[in-house]
Structures are given as C-alpha cells and as structure tokens.
Ligand binder design. Sequence first.
Ligand code: 9PG
Length: 742
Amino acid sequence: MPSLQFEETDRGLSLTNGSLTVEVHLNKGTYDIHSATPGVPAITNAAATVILRDGPTFSTRGEDLEFVGTTDVSDTHGKGVTLLLTREAAETEPEVHILITLYERQPFVIVHAEIQNPAASPLRMQEFRPLDGATLETEAKALRFYKHGWQSWSPTVVLDTTGVDVVTAPPVIGPGTQPESREGRFTSDLVTAIVDPSTNHGAVVGFTSNTDQFSHVWFDRNTSSLSAASYADGIELRPRGVLSSEPLYIELTSYAVHSLATFGDTLAAEMDARPPTEVTSGWCSWYYYWQGVSEPEVVANLDYLAANRDALPVEYVQIDDGYQAEIGDWLTVNDKFPHGMKWLADDIHARGLKAGVWVAPFLAGARSRLFQEHPAWFVKFTTGEPAIATLNWGQLCYALDLTHPEVAEWLEATFRTICDEWGYDYVKIDFIFAGAVDGVRHDPNVTRAQAYRRGVEIIRDAVGDRFILACGNPQGPSVGLVDGARVGPDVAPYWLAFDRPGQRTPLSDPSALNSIRNSINRFWMNGRLWMNDPDCLLVRESDTALKLDEVRSLATVIGMTGGMVLSSDKLPKLSLERQNLISLLLPVYGKTAVPLDLFQAPDVPQVLELNCGTHRMLALFNWSDEEAMIEEPLPGSDWHAFELWNEEYLGVVSSLISLRIPPHGCKLLRLTPVLGHPQVMGSTLHLLQGAMEIAGEDWDGKSLRISLTPVAKQDGALYIWGDGNVKRIPIEGLREKRTLTI
Ligand code: 9PG
C-alpha cells in the first residue's frame, strides 16, 4: 500500500510517496523534487514568484519560508497531502504562498503559487510562477523539448535543445504575454516535456487547468533551468483577497511519451472534459470548394452521400466558410444559397444525415454590418482603437468583447437561430482565438482566458448537447466546453507550402505535412480532452498536388491517431478506388496510436503504434524526399506482418523490421502474434485490418470460424495463414454479419 510520509528535518521538510520525494528548504525559499527511479532527472532549487501589474516582483528565492502546516486532500486525483508554505515578508508586502501536493498513487506533484493582498487597497496581479528558475538535474548528453502550441494552428513540435526555438507570430502565438526571448531559451504553451532521447527519461511540466489563466513553461539550455507561469492579466485583487495560479503538474518520468498521456488524463479530470463515447465522421465543404461553396454543390455531395450510405456512412454534412453575407453577419446568407440555411439543414436531415455549419463567432470583418453598427461591442487597444484579431478575407477583423452583455445576448441569439430555427446539429466555431486578444474589455476584471471561456460557455448554453467543434482555438481553456477540437494547421491539397524556392514556410501554414505533424504530436489529447480533429482527408486525383503515397500517409495518420474522420472532396467526382480510401477509415475505431519515436525522430515521428487487442497496427513513415529504409525494433515474440497498402504478407518477423519506403509514403502493418495454427493475419476491409470488421475468430483444432461485422468497405479480402501457406479469402458484399468457416 503506498502511503505518504512526512518529515521535518534539520534541512527543512520532506514528503514522499515512495516514488517521488518533495524537499523544502525553508531557509533558502526553494523546493526540490526527486524520483526514486535511477537515472530519472530531478528538479531542484525551485522558487515561487508572483509579479504584480506594474512590475513589483516577490520571489521566495533567498527568503525564509514559514511552514504553515499540512492538509490532507482527497480530490479527483486521489488522496494526498498538501504542504503549505508562506514567504516571510514585510508587513506591507503581499504574502506569497506555495502549496505543494503529493498524492499517494500519482506519479506527479501539483504546485500552486498564491498571493494574498495585505494592503487596504486593491492590487493588480499579473503573473504567477509556481516554478521559477529551477534546475533540471540530468546527466543526459542531449535533451529534446516538446513545444506545445497555443491554439489549433500553432506548431506543436519536438525540438533539439542544441538548436533554436521555433519563432511564431500572431495569430498562432498567445497575445500579450510571452516569456522574454533569449539565446538558448525554449518556450511552450500549457505543457512541455524535456527528454533525454537516448532513454526517454525526462520531466513533464504543465498546467492542468487554463480555466482562468493562460500559461507557459520554458527551459533555458545554458543554465538548464525550468520555469512555469500562469497569467492573471492584471485583474484586481481586493484587500485581504487571495488569488492563485493554475495548478502546475510536475512529473519526473522514465517514459515521457506515456507521461504526456497521464498529463492529459489529469488535465481532463481537472477541467471536466467532455470525452467522446464514439468518434464521429463527416463531410466538409472547405477543402474543395473554399469560399466558392454553393447550395447546388452541397446538394450534389449530399445526393451522393445519400445514394452511397453503405460506402460512406458519415454522420455530418458540414457547410464551411462561404454561405454568409459577411464575416460577422452570420444570419444573412449570400445569394449562392438561394433557399437559405434552414432549407439546406432540412434537406440534409431528409437524407438521414446531420447538419453542421461553420461560424467565426468571436470576430467581425471591417466590412460587416455587425462591426459598423456596434463599434462598442469590440475589444479596444489602450489607444481606444478596436483590437485587431487577424487580417483575413481581404479585411481587418476585429475581436468581439465577450464580456459585453449585449455581445453575450447577440451570441446567444445567433446560435439559437442556427440550432433551434435553422436546425443545425453541429457548429464548427472557428478563429475563436479572437475571444482571447489582449486589450480593454467592458469588464476590466477578467483575464483573457476567462473572457474566452465566457464566450464559449454562452455558445455551449445556446446549443445544448449539440456538437461543438472548436477550431483556431486556444487549446487549454477549451477543455470541458467543446466536443471536438482541431489540433493542427489546415490540411491542403499539397504536401509542403513554399514561400521561397527550396524553403519551407512556417509550420502553421496550410499543408498536408503541417497538419500531420500536429495531429501526431497532439496524440495524447484525443479521447481525453475531446475528439481530436486532425483536419480533413483529401483523396482526390484531380485539383490536387498530392501523390498517392502522400494521400495514403494522410489517411494512415488520420486513421491511426483515432480522431474525427472528415472528408473534403467533391464526392461525385471520385473514382471508386479513391472513394475506397475514405471507406477504409469508417467506422472510426477511435483509439489513439502512440508515436513511439516522439523524442527521437528528427522532426515528425515516423512510427505509430496502435494496440487493437487481437493485433497491433504499426505505421512506418518516410517523411523525407527520397526513398529510405525505415527500421523499427519489435517487442516480444514472432509476428505475422501484413502490409495494407501493397496487400502483401511480409512473413514472420521478430526483433526488428526494416522496410524500404517511398518518399512521403508509409507502410501500414498488421502484426499478429504467431499462434502456430490457422489464423487471420490480414484484412483489407478496414485500415486497422480487423479492429472493426472481425468480431470473433475461433480455431477449434479443425476449422477456423471468423465472424465478420459490416464496415464501410463491403468488398475486400481476408488473409489467413495456415500450414505454412497464405490464403486470400475474397469478401464481397459484406452488408450483414457473416460467419466464415475455413
Ligand atoms: C475557412 C477556414 C476553414 C479551415 C479553418 C480556417 O491564418 N490564416 O489566415 C488562416 C486562414 C484560414 C484558416 C486558418 C488560418 O482556416 O482552419 O478549416 O474552416 O478557416 O475560412
């Protein structure tokens, strides 16, 4: 039974649960965290700091800490003990508290920094650092830094700490507060992992809530120092009032990839996430029609979906950007939609599908009536000018003030009309980072994160249990309010975007590879915080620069990472062969593959592994521009390996697999433990080769019974191994459950 042991020593305090130990140095104003696992880094010499609006800074470093006492806690993370510490301070100085919680059965520590205002007048609070200038103690020769982006489109990438940080710009960088940029500094939003790639040992440090405050974690290579801040944005703290940072999670780990998932579970629990029971699918108009979308074109695709329900059993038809009169004037439809949006939703419903629509509800274009008629509804710069959220659609777009009561009414009425009157079941709320711009709001006492959440909460109240897909959304404060979230930049019908010959554009620009990178690197969010939206699957042969190998890689990433499957082609134009690429991913399995080489791959991970119970799926990618040999060690015993894209049995493999892969291409293997009797070892009916369509498999010593469940693809083959031979069993017209005896 794990239990917590607390001790007061001559050096200070010590609290341990057997695997983690917290030590507090009362006369230095710092704390350390050590792991019992050999070779795992420690975090030492950590101070806590609070920063007031106009700069006054109060740190515990070098000051005496008073030990106030311990408190037993029992919360969503289990049973634990909190150490309460107070910085010794002059009467006039604000009181700084550190609260450190260790749980009996959790691999992490939670730290809060807190301020109490002793003065008779209010204070304005700017920033909390529950971890300030700590040392990451490691013997690693090299370290890699997991950089998590602020919003959907922000790069999420693993960087070499010998190199440089990725520079980003609005709107993919959090507005207002950034740790000062310095040589050798790496900054991440919400969470980071700093990892020795030769062992996967490291530290995962991040905030388990962004309900009230945005946050950063940063690492300085030159001093091996680690800091974490959450931002109160200058809100008022009344006399005697107490204000706290967001909870900071610190885990010292021997397998960092796994610990990111533990962090995700903890964040989900803390913020009451809405994890899905089943992951959904749909068709979206954007990536073929762009803003040229029209009612007849939506109807043409709808006709096609209705006529091909078996092959394309998607749940939603979602109309994207292009129906509205202006950015902001959502309820006025342009003349490409002559029958209006209610008529279209009714038509979608009449064909047995659900209806979705795109809205960018937290901003309005300079040309919109909304902006022209309600200048008071917008966030202002301190100069009094309206705050710019972004430049897009050929105009400046301004940020709505979500704390303004009239905006709240308008927002609610807009979504009630869309859902209750028009009948939409799904809203894609896009560009919603605009709700969090830095500026002057009607209510001066809200943080950017709180203003943003007020807006999303209004939408949630208006739409009830209908589906909310967030896009362009700050990731942290969206948890608990949305059903799905875009986790990467836009996909595009081309692999890389170039701005100068031979040079790649920023990691947030639309491109297949940019969307793939984030979808893999944010794997730990899927099914925990929400359904990940990896962005759309594009399979077409014309109006695209994507080659077949690239399309297969995109399909493999979308199918393996387990998020939403959204198609965005002109469906009636697809060949059956290409349409089959969509069918292969349906229905959605929904479990999430793990990028095994997250901390080793030079850029995008090249190995995804998904445990499907009866078998494992292993995807190996070659992201380079030349053909390459990709190798991966295999665990345990002997495996039958069956490759989907070439429909090829690779024989029995053990210990290491090594495959030649075309540029931007992949191999998708089903690995089945060798049983020594006849058994299924491949299927071409679903991307995950049996996870959805094979309901049972039984060898009774004489014959093999296989029960099949229909999936989107009705024709294909099963591959059976028996007596040293491989048998291909064609399957045709799989429309109902079927049992085969072989
Ligand atoms: C509609 C599109 C699609 C797409 C969204 C979003 O930085 N930018 O200028 C920028 C423009 C558009 C964009 C992303 C970034 O795409 O992600 O799925 O809905 O809007 O306009």
